[in-house]
Ligand binder design. Structure first.
Ligand code: PDD
Length: 279
């Protein structure tokens, strides 16, 4: 598998990252994950726009245009023969010597861009069966809208969930559900679908954007409105959404079944609408 390293497509073993790269020292960088189906990217423009928006929020000057980035990514999936799979891309601010907290003058640093691919098929069996979740306090920072490579808060929550045998962590701030450790979270009560509005407490998910659109077009009742842990416990259905999981039912929370304990009809419908949007 080849990778992108700055503006070149090379073997992974050829990549050299400096130990004083600010991504390595400060997690001073951003990333995004985009998926391809049948050899073609899905929502590539939205992912590229979000990468540029994350960069702008941390005053990181990207060393390419959106068009150039899309060209490089398309070239990579072609070379790696990616039919259905994910592309992970990240940009760090570059080398800053000596180590010093303030952003260096953009004229004096060169951001480092890398991108890798993985072949991953849709996990239909899991999407039918659903997954389990654990409720964990949201201990992350207050700029969760930036897709920062600083993910300690997220991975600590996911690790906590995994230690207790759950697949995903549902995060809350003082009883208000925000999102999951690597996905947005939704609940359904009396046929209305709820998810936390965009803002600084959640990542503006691209899958969320697609699901909101297809749900509205299908005439479903959707509200971008925060809900509490109490609401979650009384909900009929819960699911998580992300580029890699699409709409994934959460059928048990803290060991208790959600609704019937099986994938519900609304999430099943959303899964189908999403597949239709992809095809
Ligand atoms: N995760 N919230 C968080 C905290 C995320 O990390 C992600 C994505 C999402 C969903 O965003 P999207 O629908 O655009 O994928 C929400 C990616 C896939 C990851 O970190 O691997």
């Amino acid at each position: 598998m080849k990778v992108i390293w700055n503006d070149e497509i090379v073997e992974r073993s050829e990549v050299k990252i400096d130990m004083e790269d600010r991504g390595y020292q400060f997690a001073d960088g951003i990333y995004d994950v985009v998926r391809a189906y049948n050899g073609k990217f899905f929502t590539l423009n939205e992912h590229v726009d979000r990468l540029f928006s994350s960069a702008e929020k941390i005053e990181l000057r990207l060393p390419f245009t959106k068009e150039k980035l899309k060209e490089m990514l398309s070239e990579l999936i072609k070379i790696n023969n990616i039919d259905t799979g994910n592309v992970y891309m990240q940009v760090t601010r570059g080398i800053g010597i000596p180590r010093n907290h303030p952003y260096p003058d953009p004229e004096e640093v060169s951001p480092v861009f890398t991108a890798t691919t993985t072949i991953v098929a849709r996990d239909q069996e899991k999407m039918d069966r659903g997954m389990s979740a654990l409720i964990v306090p949201d201990l992350r920072w207050l700029r969760c809208d930036i897709k920062s490579i600083s993910l300690l808060g997220n991975i600590m929550a996911k690790h906590e969930a995994h230690k207790k045998g759950a697949d995903e962590a549902i995060l809350h701030r003082e009883g208000i559900v925000t999102e999951c450790s690597s996905s947005n979270v939704w609940m359904i009560k009396n046929d209305t679908i709820y998810t936390h509005p965009d803002g600084n407490l959640v990542l503006p998910g691209i899958t969320k954007l697609v699901l909101l659109r297809v749900a509205q077009n299908a005439g479903l009742s959707v509200k971008e409105e925060a809900f509490t842990l109490e609401d979650l416990k009384k909900s009929d259905e819960v699911f998580a959404s992300s580029t890699t999981m699409e709409a994934m039912p959460i059928t048990s929370i803290d060991g208790n079944p959600v609704g019937t304990g099986q994938r519900g009809p609304v999430v099943k419908k959303l899964q189908q609408l999403y597949v239709d949007a992809v095809e």
